[in-house]
Structure formats: structure tokens, C-alpha cells
Design a protein around this ligand. Structure first.
Ligand SMILES: [Zn+2]
Ligand SMILES: [Zn+2]
Length: 353
């Protein structure tokens, strides 16, 4: 993969098309193997972090998709934060593998919001010439009434009386002569360390609300089908107060009723009458890239393809020359004939004998 991103599939030792269950099983096995509490080898901890990072991405459908698209994203893979601070769900992974509270809940900062992916269809004309395209978004964002803390106006969240604001509780358990110390997120406040007494009426205390938004993205000339444009900050809101939102990945697909796109090449079917097929013809063809002159050779056969060099789509940002246009000839046999046409066809038949 480009951009020096780690290959998360290789880290977990799974195929690129592995399903969720396979990924989860691989993760559990590796996480056990390399858990720092069990494995004291040098490098085990780094390996453990890698495995967790890989799982955090591949187990989340949005992140996995964005990661798979990563080669085309251009520059870094922001949004879910590199390094330790980025693993929002870290605690839950530990809980899952080692039972509740087997590991330490990492004191991380506010978690960034999740990345979001939307797909848009744009006319091939826009791929040819570049341009702007409006995108309608429906997204979760910080509640405007309470500013994201979930408390009704005029009130504020109070410190959790169960955990005293720590967000976690420590339970000591004795088994024989061994004392186990378990740390788990506080049940009362869900690990946030504070509680809302009077929930905000707009968001019912969740701190986020759905909003509709119209944004305009700039489509670069010649953008490949399925490429994602990254819009920083327009992903989902952070679940935590003060956390940055995720990014939005806008996947661009070129679409045209008539023209099929294959990379930079375009393919179109063109109907030709029996007479034009026999005698040849010249015509103008409207394409997403402008009008071209098409010369149908006399005696063209059904299924024949005429190649128009360099009449296809340009390369990204107009660089690297244009693709070709392929015109697949379809000979249309008339279903009804006028009296006069019939007479002429009869004459043709006599000539052929
Ligand atoms: Zn609110
Ligand atoms: Zn608490």
C-alpha cells in the first residue's frame, strides 16, 4: 500500500476479502499471543499495538472501506488518529478478550468521530471537464442546544458519584494467595466520569443531533471511478465533548445513460440502418467529451467496433493523454417497410439472385 500505511491484512494474517468472523478470530488469537501481560518478549508490546490498530480499522465497516480505498485517498489516512490516542474503543477490546476489566483502560483524550462514506454519481461530462458537484449529507453533529454535553440549557453535567469522575472502578478479588486487580469502566456513567441530571430536550442527553447539509465538492478532471475525495471534519461527531469529528469520504462514480466507462476509455453502441451499413455513412456523435465525427465504413458488419483514438476521457488532472472511444456497431433491420421501400428491397433481392 502507498503512503507508508501498514498493511492491516498482513498484520492480522488474513486475506483481503476475509469476513468479519475470520478477522475477529485472527485478532483474538494474536492479541492473546502478544498481550504485554503475558508476553514479555521485546517487541511484543509494539506488535500488540499493531494488532489492535489493524483490528480497530478492519472490524469497522466504514474504516475498512476507507482503508481499502486508501491508495486513492491521497496523503495520509486521517480521521481515526494514529498513535495511542486514537484507539477510542480500546477498553472494549480488552474487555472482550480478557473478560471484564482484564486490562487497563487507556487514559486517552476525547475520541475522534467516525469517518463517514458517501457515494455520488456524476455525469461523465464532469469527469471530462472537472467541476463542482453538490452532495446532500445527513450527519450526526454536536447538538446545538447543549453544545454536545447532553445537559439541559442552564444546567451542566455533574461529576459521577459512583466513580468520583475517574470513569472507571477498581475491584480487587482474592483467589487463594493471589489478589487480582480489575479495572473496568464505571457502570453508572459509562466511563465518561460525569452524569447528566437534566437531559437536553433537543438530543435527549446524547449530545448529538442529525442534521441535513449541502456541501459542494470539486471533481478533478479525469478522476478514476470509485476514487474517494476526503473532506476533513465532515464525518460523524465525536462521541466525547471536545473531540474532533471524523472525515467524510466522498466516493465518486461517473455515470452516463449511453456511455460505458472503462478506465479512460469509453464504449458506446451505435445503431446503424441496413442501408448505412451497406453503403457507409458519416455522422456526428455527441459524447461526454464533445462532438466527434464518426465514419461508418461501407459494408460494416454487426458487432464491429470502430475505435476513435484519443476521443475518450483525459487522465487525472488532464495529464497523461486521453483514452479512446469505442463505437460498437448495431445494425438495425427495419421491422416495417413502406410500400415503396418494400418495392426497392424486392428489387435488391432480384439483383442478388
Ligand atoms: Zn443537546
Ligand atoms: Zn462513574
Amino acid at each position: 500500500m502507498a503512503h507508508g500505511k501498514p498493511d492491516y491484512y498482513a498484520i492480522l494474517g488474513v486475506a483481503r476479502d476475509a469476513d468479519d468472523a475470520t478477522i475477529k478470530a485472527a485478532f483474538r488469537k494474536l492479541a492473546r499471543e502478544h498481550h504485554p501481560d503475558r508476553n514479555r518478549d521485546a517487541g511484543a508490546e509494539d506488535r500488540f499495538k499493531e494488532v489492535n490498530e489493524a483490528y480497530a480499522v478492519l472490524s469497522d465497516p466504514d474504516k475498512r472501506r476507507a482503508y481499502d480505498l486508501g491508495d486513492q485517498l491521497g496523503g495520509g489516512f486521517g480521521g481515526f488518529g494514529g498513535g495511542g490516542g486514537g484507539f477510542g474503543g480500546f477498553g472494549s477490546f480488552f474487555d472482550e478478550i480478557f473478560g471484564r476489566g482484564g486490562g487497563q483502560r487507556r487514559p486517552s483524550g476525547p475520541r475522534p468521530g467516525r469517518n463517514a462514506v458517501v457515494e455520488i454519481e456524476v455525469p461523465l461530462e464532469t469527469i471530462f471537464a472537472g467541476g463542482k458537484h453538490d452532495v446532500h449529507l445527513r450527519r450526526e453533529e454536536e447538538c446545538h442546544t447543549c453544545g454536545g454535553n447532553g445537559a439541559a440549557p442552564g444546567t451542566s453535567p455533574v461529576t459521577c458519584d459512583e466513580c468520583g469522575g475517574a470513569g472507571q472502578k477498581v475491584v480487587r478479588r482474592r483467589q487463594g494467595s493471589v489478589v487480582f486487580q480489575q479495572v473496568s469502566p464505571c457502570d453508572r456513567c459509562g466511563g465518561s466520569g460525569h452524569m447528566v441530571k437534566d437531559p437536553c430536550p433537543s438530543c435527549d442527553g446524547s449530545g448529538t443531533e442529525e442534521s441535513d447539509q449541502e456541501i459542494t465538492v470539486t471533481i478533478p478532471i479525469g478522476i478514476d471511478d470509485g476514487t474517494a475525495l476526503r473532506v476533513p471534519g465532515l464525518g460523524e461527531a465525536s462521541p466525547d465533548k471536545g473531540g474532533i469529528p471524523g472525515d467524510l469520504h466522498v466516493v465518486v462514480r461517473g455515470h452516463d445513460e449511453r456511455f460505458e466507462r472503462r478506465g479512460q476509455h469509453l464504449i458506446v453502441r451505435e445503431e446503424v440502418s441496413v442501408v448505412d451499413a451497406a453503403l457507409g455513412a458519416k455522422r456526428k456523435l455527441q459524447t461526454p467529451c464533445g462532438t466527434v465525427s464518426l465514419e461508418i465504413p461501407a459494408g460494416v458488419q454487426p458487432g464491429h467496433t470502430i475505435k476513435l483514438t484519443r476521443e475518450g476521457l483525459p487522465g487525472l488532472h488532464g495529464r497523461g493523454g486521453r483514452g479512446d472511444l469505442y463505437v460498437a456497431v448495431e445494425v438495425k433491420v427495419p421491422e416495417k417497410l413502406s410500400r415503396e421501400q418494400k418495392k426497392l428491397y424486392e428489387q435488391l433481392r432480384k439483383l442478388e439472385k
